[in-house]
Ligand binder design. Structure first.
Ligand SMILES: [Zn+2]
Length: 257
């Protein structure tokens, strides 16, 4: 059976249960108004889906600000501060890690948020997307203290709110093969991860944080190849054809609307 057929079958199971399969879309590492960004926004418009763009505040330009202002359905999430690795050699890359005093990290994030507000106004959502999807556990409880209300990494979340006032909604499907040359992981692998995420949610108990977590597609407009672009296009075309699928706006995902 083809992977697309398995996805259709899983969506049919959701429909049989009377449940709406909710999804959302996050794209990372936005800095400037580039041809790749225009391409991304064109896909967004073609399928009329919401887009959460994770922006690197320290490097974001007025050009990016102007381009996003033209598109009513793209929101900006805060992607760390400078997307700078502070891990030692041999460690996994991390910006928001335990390597520096928490006050220093939080000070940077506060500066970053001011840039987000200045550049994107109400389009900036107080949601932290840690670079490399990693954040030191000790930093998480401090995020609401600096005004953040959302957190997004990768993989099924453990809890809806890791701390009071902070809603976590992760991404689950990454079409890039980061460790194998940064090309497309392939249709089979990409669709299977989506189908699996939906199946886990369908079977999860009501107390599980995963059950109502919208399944997130994670893309990287600046580095993805043609095969990834083609996959995204095909995926949205397919999803938009299902009446039981809803692709949520970023504000809705984080309860900020
Ligand atoms: Zn990133």
């Amino acid at each position: 059976m083809s992977a697309w057929q398995e996805l259709d079958d899983e969506l049919a199971r959701w429909a049989d249960l009377g449940r709406i399969a909710t999804l959302w879309w996050r794209d990372d590492d936005a800095i400037d108004a580039t041809v790749e960004l225009d391409r991304l926004l064109a896909v967004r418009r073609r399928y009329d889906v919401g887009l959460a763009l994770a922006v690197i505040p320290e490097r974001a330009t007025d050009g990016l600000s102007a381009r996003l202002a033209e598109d009513g359905a793209a929101a900006a999430l805060q992607h760390g501060y400078a997307h700078q690795n502070h891990a030692g050699g041999g460690e996994k890359k991390i910006e928001l890690g335990p390597h520096r005093p928490a006050m220093m990290v939080l000070g940077e994030l506060g500066t970053g948020w001011l840039a987000m507000e200045r550049l994107f106004g109400t389009r900036a959502l107080p949601v932290m997307v840690p670079p490399w999807n990693r954040i030191a556990p000790a930093l998480v409880p401090t995020l609401p203290e600096i005004g953040l209300r959302g957190l997004s990494t990768f993989g099924p979340r453990k809890r809806v709110e890791p701390v009071r006032g902070l809603r976590q909604v992760n991404t689950h499907v990454d079409p890039i093969d980061w460790h194998g040359g940064r090309g497309f992981v392939g249709e089979q692998a990409a669709i299977t991860s989506l189908t699996r995420s939906l199946a886990i949610r369908r079977q999860a108990g009501v107390e599980s944080g995963m059950r109502e977590e919208p399944t997130g597609l994670l893309t990287h407009h600046l580095v993805q190849d043609e095969a990834v672009w083609a996959f995204i296009d095909q995926l949205f075309a397919r999803l938009r054809a299902h009446s039981g699928v809803r692709i949520l706006a970023p504000q809705e995902v984080f309860g900020l609307s």
